[in-house]
Design a binder for this molecule. Structure first.
Ligand SMILES: Nc1ncnc2c1ncn2[C@@H]1O[C@H](COP(=O)(O)OP(=O)(O)OP(=O)(O)O)[C@@H](O)[C@H]1O
Length: 242
């Protein structure tokens, strides 16, 4: 089984704040892994470290076999990334932005690739609209399209469904499940437990920068008919890692 993400004692401080505190975890090929935690628990910092956007204070991580500290550029070339609350450049249209990403990634068949995403996420009618004039949901669709344009084997997504309406949430959830069924790997963060409960294979629960638990979703919910929410609240309110 191929390890797509391997983190060992990964930590990141911001001044006195320990955003991520000695987290070790691994994700294997074909898994849909959800990192769950309350606001400010360290999810974004974790994703930023795994994508070479933030240097760990200590510890190490390999993503698709590449050391994130030694070669962050290669990590970002290989994987797809949807950062939290990031928006595409205001001065480009949706289509210009995707073409721009495709050229940076040196992709072929640019028109076909972009068309596929416009159709899959149902926003072909917005292709000529400047990004600054798109709704938040459509901008999020565009961020999805840019992340998956090069068909990466691994995508890291920070709060993927936050601005999407229920219909688009369904489309994206179905897409993510299909993507892992076909061999892709997803690492995403959320504080919306229903989403995790619906689509994850395995989850990690982070609180105050500490990883309190990792395990298969079916194992968490199998014992005594307990919901993921019950389990999550028990752990987080239990004060572990505080
Ligand atoms: N660039 C930064 N400078 C200073 N402190 C930071 C920075 N980024 C994160 N932090 C702090 O690190 C901690 C973890 O933040 P992080 O954004 O990783 O959490 P999160 O789980 O993604 O939160 P949310 O769900 O609210 O997005 C918080 O206390 C936050 O204030």
């Amino acid at each position: 089984m191929r390890h797509m993400i391997e983190a060992e004692n990964l930590s990141r401080d911001y001044g006195n704040v320990v955003a991520v505190n000695s987290v070790s975890l691994s994700v294997v090929e074909g898994e849909l892994f959800g990192l769950l935690g309350p606001n400010g628990s360290g999810k974004t910092t974790m994703i930023r470290m795994l994508t070479g956007q933030v240097r760990p204070t200590s510890g190490s991580a390999r993503v698709m076999g590449v050391d994130v500290t030694k070669d962050p550029v290669e990590v970002r070339r290989l994987v797809g990334i949807i950062p939290e609350q990031e928006t595409p450049p205001s001065f480009l249209t949706a289509e210009e932005y995707l073409h721009f990403v495709a050229r940076i990634r040196n992709l072929d068949s640019i028109e076909e690739r972009c068309d596929r995403w416009f159709d899959l996420l149902e926003f072909r009618d917005k292709r000529d609209v400047l990004c600054k004039d798109l709704s938040r949901g459509t901008r999020q669709k565009l961020m999805f399209a840019q992340a998956f344009l090069h068909e990466p084997p691994l995508a890291l997504i920070d709060e993927p469904l936050i601005n999407l309406d229920p219909i688009m949430q369904r489309t994206v959830k179905d897409f993510l499940r299909r993507y892992v069924r076909e061999g892709g790997t997803i690492f995403f963060s959320t504080h919306i437990l229903e989403i995790a409960e619906e689509i994850c294979d395995r989850v990690g629960i982070i609180h105050n920068g500490r990883l309190l638990h990792t395990g298969r979703l079916d194992e968490i919910t199998a014992s005594g008919g307990r919901s993921l929410e019950d389990f999550f609240l028990e752990l987080v309110r239990g004060g572990a890692g505080a």
